[in-house]
Design a protein around this ligand. Structure first.
Ligand code: XMP
Ligand code: MG
Length: 183
């Protein structure tokens, strides 16, 4: 679905599909250079990162493997709970692998700092993070993010994999949700 399909459910479109694709192409170029000749494993964080993973991986010129983790941080609301649980672990042994974690959005960084320390204990050759979006709070979390699509304001956004209560993941653009949708 595109922004016309959701009408007044968005207050604003922040990024169009073209803007998302061209930023991903730029990042893919940098990632190509960094991992040239290395055995790259992309680790996507379900479910939000599905779209980023699909588009980033296809924008790369180098080979990569892909694997997925599911962790819980949010319930159905818009606030980070701070409680992190592994719902689905990797199928891959990452020891000695070059791992790039692919995220949709980093807000407080709580989810990611848990995930990174967990993955680091498995002894990868390298471990870095790419996120499509980063909110202002994330900068304070101390999590070092290597590649960032866009720094965005502290507003709840949906689309391109990001959901509100399970909806809007299949929206092709990214926008801010109208308050009337929450209530
Ligand atoms: P933390 O706070 O742990 O949260 O960095 C990261 C996870 O929270 C979700 N999140 C959002 N999801 N719109 C969403 O649809 C948002 O604006 C938003 N902010 C945080 C998301 O699942 C992310 O992985
Ligand atoms: Mg997520």
């Amino acid at each position: 679905m595109d922004s016309a399909d959701v009408g007044d459910e968005l207050t604003k479109v922040l990024y169009t599909p073209d803007q998302l694709a061209s930023r991903l192409k730029e990042l893919a170029g940098e990632i190509d250079t960094e991992y040239e000749g290395k055995d790259l494993l992309l680790v996507g964080v379900l479910s939000g990162a599905v779209m980023v993973m699909a588009d980033l991986s296809r924008a790369l010129s180098i080979h990569c493997d892909m694997d997925w983790m599911a962790i819980s941080s949010y319930g159905s609301g818009t606030q980070s709970s701070g409680v992190v649980r592994i719902l689905k672990d990797l199928n891959t042994n990452i020891s000695g692998r070059h791992v790039l974690v692919v995220e949709d959005i980093i807000d407080t960084g709580l989810t990611l700092s848990y995930l990174i320390s967990n993955l680091r204990s498995r002894d990868p050759a390298s471990l870095d993070i790419m996120t499509m979006f980063r909110k202002p709070e994330a900068a304070k979390s101390g999590v070092d993010v290597r590649w960032i699509g866009f720094d965005i304001p502290n507003e709840f956004v949906v689309g391109y994999g990001l959901d509100y209560d399970g909806r809007y993941r299949n929206l092709t653009s990214v926008g801010t949700l109208s308050p009337h949708v929450y209530s």
